[in-house]
Ligand binder design. Structure first.
Ligand code: BTN
Length: 337
């Protein structure tokens, strides 16, 4: 999809009437533009196909919920060297959450959805973090979601979360030579400060096929003062580390490239490759810690990780405990409340 805003504007006159803060009925559109009902329907259909997020209310009519920025999308896509990830890419100025946008797209498109769609937003006003937390996403960060339709059974899906930690780490290391590491389950840290967080969500689509939305938040050019005080010491942006403004386009392109590379491995079920790479890049194994599982606190030394994404902890009685989900205490999930 590489269509420019002025092209779109000329092709779909309805755009000039749709607004974010009020509804307009089909009758009003017909009257103002002298169109037929079928033409209105067709324009709305085409706009939706081009990433415009239009809400329809039976009584009140249409409202434009989110505008895509086609110029920016096409700039990203121009230098993209992937076949699948990012071939369909939608860039929005502001959305509630790119993961929510992705979930809505899956619902709407169903069987015609292609995998590898990337949804990027400049800002999110309802960003979602792990464990139901809110994720703070001001301008300057990269907030994006990749839609996958993996031919994998549900028990294999956690490998995708591990894969994503590697992808983000690789993209940062390759572009900026910064030594970031993965903290279990999926935070990307620079010297104990959080640079990035990952939220994968999954469900069933059609014919038993699963969908996975991979949400990635990166503090690229974010400024500390744009975050609440209590988060400021727990996070750092790549710009903060390097002392210069970084290109969002370069980063998204590199991320898509790494994504495609590692997703190929997952599709071929090369899970041990993923696990080994994760182990090379992590900062958790070998550390002593207390983990909050939501039900209890468990302390011990992290000794391994398995393909379910679970951390293996050696507790004080020398038992090996498999922890599927939890938070390592002491720096409780920056960027989120
Ligand atoms: C975490 O709690 O560490 C995970 C944070 C994930 C944030 C990203 S930003 C893009 C995508 N959209 C969301 O609403 N959340 C994820």
């Amino acid at each position: 999809m590489s269509i420019h805003f002025h092209e779109i504007n000329g092709r779909y006159p309805i755009l000039s009437l749709l607004s974010a803060n009020r509804f307009i009925t089909s009758d009003q559109i017909i009257q103002k533009l002298g169109l037929k009902q079928v033409e209105v329907e067709e324009q709305i259909r085409q706009l939706k196909k081009n990433g415009f997020h239009i809400i329809r209310d039976e009584v009140k009519g249409f409202r434009m919920a989110f505008y895509p920025d086609h110029l920016f999308s096409s700039k990203i896509q121009k230098g993209l060297r992937t076949h699948c990830i990012g071939k369909n890419l939608y860039y929005y100025l502001e959305v509630d959450s790119t993961n929510l946008m992705a979930r809505r797209m899956i619902q709407e498109k169903g069987a015609i959805l292609e995998e590898g769609v990337v949804i990027v937003a400049r800002k999110q006003y309802a960003g979602r973090g792990r464990l139901g937390r809110q994720w703070f996403s001001p301008a300057g960060g990269i907030w994006l979601t990749v839609i996958l339709l993996p031919l994998l059974p549900i028990p294999d899906l956690p490998i995708i979360t591990l894969m994503t930690g590697i992808i983000v780490t690789e993209a940062i290391r390759r572009l900026y030579r910064i030594n970031v590491k993965i903290k279990w389950p999926n935070d990307i840290l620079f010297q104990k400060q959080k640079v990035s967080g990952i939220l994968t969500e999954s469900g069933k689509i059609f014919k038993g096929r699963n969908w996975v939305v991979v949400g990635i938040g990166i503090n690229l050019n974010t400024e500390k003062m744009d975050f609440p005080k209590d988060l400021q010491k727990k996070i750092i942006s790549l710009k903060g580390i390097l002392g210069e403004e970084l290109s969002e386009i370069d980063f998204i392109q590199m991320l898509c490239l790494q994504f495609e590379k590692y997703y190929e491995k997952v599709k071929k079920k090369e899970f041990s490759y993923i696990l080994n790479r994760w182990k090379e890049l992590n900062a958790t194994i070998g550390e002593k810690m207390i983990i909050d599982t939501g039900e209890k606190l468990i302390s011990g030394k992290a000794v391994n990780i398995n393909s379910k994404g679970a951390l293996i902890l050696n507790d004080h009685d020398n038992n090996l405990i498999e922890i599927i989900s939890g938070t390592i205490l002491e720096d409780i999930n920056p960027n989120s409340y």
